[in-house]
Design a protein around this ligand. Structure first.
Ligand code: MN
Length: 408
């Protein structure tokens, strides 16, 4: 007899993945672990080591427990799931995905969005500042970021209302107000922070960064390019970004992504010592990339396939940089990688780049033509990474549909 645990070796949610989410079922909200097309209600499994944390309506208590607990949980879960004699017992605690409602997996604390793709920064520089050097002089010395708005981070599936704001078309002498006409996406990876809070005034060294990196989610940083272009000088992104950011429901742990670690594509000039970490003594380098392949689906057509391994800065470098001035991190803090763009047109992670600010329209499978998002459009991000022994680590989906602007 086959069970819910008999999954093909390359199933994206097989026993090597075990991502965490938060689900509603039977009137209760609690932490679950995805196995195939089911959610394992982990707090109800007899002997569950962190049942109190997992019975909470968010991952917050589990995030606070730190890396030793995360690893102990993974060891316990893996042992149960690979042991066929446990499957009848475990099956009592499985809920079909179709029978649950997913919730935002954690309370988002401080949110920072980085800009870690050299190709994306180069493309945006060329489009926004055609008369200047594409990369700013600081770009290869520090991971550039800005503080985003944590309160508007929403779960995959949430509709996105087209934002209104000021924009200044080049043909107009003064700004106009109205719905954004250049609504865009940014395909990114989001990093969820956990472990003990750091102390004010005390940077987290790059060699300790992994102690604070719990896992990743898919992230779509919706961006109103016309609002952004008018407002961003000199203090950076503001209302062109803060109206909504979508994240996926499943947090894939950094432990599930061990096989997906790859060397960075190369950093020249060498970064300052606080961004380098200790010399690699046969262990893992402090700075690393991740081999995660993305798909950007626009109304059913895959229009781009960015590769996360092309990113210039490591997540550990981003975390070290974010705290080097003594700013604290707490469980639930969250940062985005920045748009993931590769060298080829079909690897660009935003429609600003894909349509080259509207000059090179994109034709979808149904024959419709797009530059930026139209009302009713749906964008779905999907991604996967290699796991051990030929397995696949799925990151799930990050979906949003654009709704018309409110009457203004
Ligand atoms: Mn972004």
């Amino acid at each position: 007899m086959t069970t819910a645990f008999d999954l093909p070796a390359d199933h994206p949610f097989g026993p090597h993945n075990l991502p965490y989410g938060v689900f509603d079922h039977d009137g209760r909200t609690r932490v679950g672990v995805r196995v195939g097309d089911h959610v394992l209600d982990v707090c109800s499994v007899p002997g569950a080591p962190f049942a109190d944390a997992w019975a909470a309506p968010s991952l917050d208590p589990f995030l606070a427990l730190g890396r030793p607990a995360w690893q102990a949980a993974r060891t316990w879960l893996t042992a149960l799931i690979v042991d066929k004699s446990e499957h009848d017992m475990l099956a009592l605690h499985l809920v079909p995905l179709a029978a649950v409602t997913m919730r935002l997996p954690f309370t988002v604390g401080d949110y920072v969005d980085f800009y870690a793709s050299e190709q994306h920064a180069t493309n945006v520089g060329r489009i926004f500042r055609p008369d200047a050097e594409a990369l700013t002089p600081n770009w290869k010395h520090l991971p550039i970021g800005y503080h985003g708005r944590s309160g508007t981070i929403v779960l995959s599936g949430t509709d996105i209302v087209r934002p209104c704001g000021q924009r200044k078309p080049p043909t107009e002498p003064a700004p106009v107000f109205g719905p954004s006409t250049r609504l865009d996406i940014e395909a990114e990876l989001g990093f969820v922070i956990g472990g003990a809070p750091s102390a004010l005034g005390h940077p987290v060294p790059i060699d300790a960064a992994d102690e604070h990196l719990f896992g990743v989610v898919l992230l779509n940083d919706w961006s109103a390019r016309d609002l952004q272009a008018w407002e961003y000088v000199p203090l950076g992104p503001f209302l062109g970004k803060s109206f909504a950011t979508t994240i996926g429901a499943w947090v894939v742990t950094m432990d599930a992504l061990r096989e997906a670690r790859v060397p960075l594509p190369g950093q020249d000039p060498e970064p300052l010592p606080y961004l380098r970490g200790a010399a690699d003594e046969g262990g893992e380098p402090a700075a690393y990339g991740l081999d995660i392949s993305y798909e950007i689906d626009w109304n059913g057509t895959v229009v781009s396939r960015p590769e996360y391994r092309d990113m210039y800065w490591s997540p550990t470098q981003m975390l070290a940089h974010m705290t080097v001035n003594g700013a604290t991190i707490r469980p639930g803090d969250f940062f985005g990688s920045g748009t993931i763009s590769g060298a080829r047109r079909d690897q660009r992670g935003s429609f600003l780049e894909l349509s080259w600010a509207g000059a090179e329209p994109v034709v979808l499978a149904d024959g419709s033509v797009r530059t930026f998002l139209e009302d009713g459009d749906t964008v779905t991000l999907r991604a996967s990474a290699p796991g051990p022994d030929g397995s696949v680590i799925g990151l799930g989906e990050c979906v949003g549909t654009i709704r018309a602007a409110l009457a203004s």
